[in-house]
Design a protein around this ligand. Sequence first.
Ligand code: SAH
Ligand code: SF4
Ligand code: F3S
Length: 459
Amino acid sequence: MKQVYLDTFGCQMNVADTDRMELLLFHSGYIRTGEVQDADLVLINTCSIRDKAEQKIYSLAKNLKPLKETNPDMILGFTGCLAQQEGERFLEKMPFVDLVIGPDGVEHIVQVIKDVKDKKLPVVRTQFDTDTNYQIPELSGETPLNPGPTAFVNIIKGCDKFCTFCVVPFTRGREKSREAEEIEQEIKLLVSRGAREIILLGQNVNAYGKRGLKQPVPFHELLYRIASIPGLKRLRFITSHPKDFTRECITAYRDIDILANHIHLPVQSGNNRILKEMRRMHTIEEYISIIEELKAVLPDIGVSTDIIVGYPSESESEFEDTLSLMEKIKFNNSYMFSYSSRPNTPAQYFPDLVSQSVKSDRLQKTIQLQKRLTLEQGKKIIGKEIEVLVESESFKNDSDFRGRNAQYWSVNFTGDKRQIVPGDMVKVIVEDATGHVLKGRALLLKGYKKLMVAAGSKT
Ligand code: SAH
Ligand code: SF4
Ligand code: F3S
């Protein structure tokens, strides 16, 4: 078999696209290698969400140039969001590259490689698919590897929100949902191969099913349908948008036992003027009321978010509103970013840029605050019993396994390797909390029985 080296930048959707390319390529005779110099085909799946991501990819491309020169038969390709954004320009800047394809090119990867070989010319493929819905055909036969205990499943692609700062609607195109039946089929297959937790993926999962489906199903109904799949122990979704968050979804949190007590709900800013400028289409009061309603049905729900500091024209007091909101909600975790001007987006033309040093200072303040909030909440869990889905054995000296609890805390714990295997749901007593990681030990029942917690029970 030929060898393919795959590298991924960016979000989980890109990780899922890389996995899909690996599978498609496996069926056409490629096996994945971790050694770039051994590869017949090198594919870098790119991201362009912020300028830093873009710069990293260009420097990687430059580093790969000598390898391509010494091994001209090797095919070197760039896929994903930066490839979509730049298209021909990418090739002009990096003429040694053989293929440039956007996210909608993933399904066509095998054909594109064939075209490169046949024509002996670089190929750029950045057109979006014209179908109204989104299909990921099942591939029969062997797979290169089985899923781990946690598997990601795409339910929707693209984005129609056009927040003023964001490249995603330009790099991933219009919102398109997958038929519920196809999603259920894929999940059943993953569960039969060992997956125990499914994380539904999309830039806007709760915009699922709005249009294009032959059999329209709203997002909350999809959750109920998936939750009834036998063998599934935990269900999550990322990312949802406050604007599309419905009452029915809150009820689903109350009713579905295996729906994890965790929500990742990006807020971006704690100030209404900035939210309006960003075109987020909701207010802070609406955001707080979603969280309060969720907490009313699940008091121990873990909440995480995304935050941007230094959006054009953000004043000091508007920034402080973000800090106040963080204190109020007490996020478990925040992904915090300093605003980065992106091509194609309306915000790139907005005047009154916040200086780099002010942005850095604001970013540091949010990071420090989040550190404290995470630690305070972690400390409260010390001494408690939590349910952990074991994801893998641990490589750390002082623990045997790692996994996550429902609230998405990462947990390292000691336990008997003859008793516990990845995919088990085990009870762990928490002994310490550092940063985002809890430490503990698996509780063993009398009689040394394997500690399996009944599937579906909630922490
Ligand atoms: N679909 C999700 C998030 C997608 S991108 C949502 O709507 O919330 C992931 C995160 O990257 C965003 O939530 C935002 O916080 C950050 N981000 C996106 N564009 C950015 C930019 N131009 N500068 C800084 N951060 C950005
Ligand atoms: Fe980007 Fe906004 Fe779409 Fe999220 S909702 S992907 S931030 S445009
Ligand atoms: Fe990056 Fe594209 Fe994801 S821009 S964050 S890889 S959708």
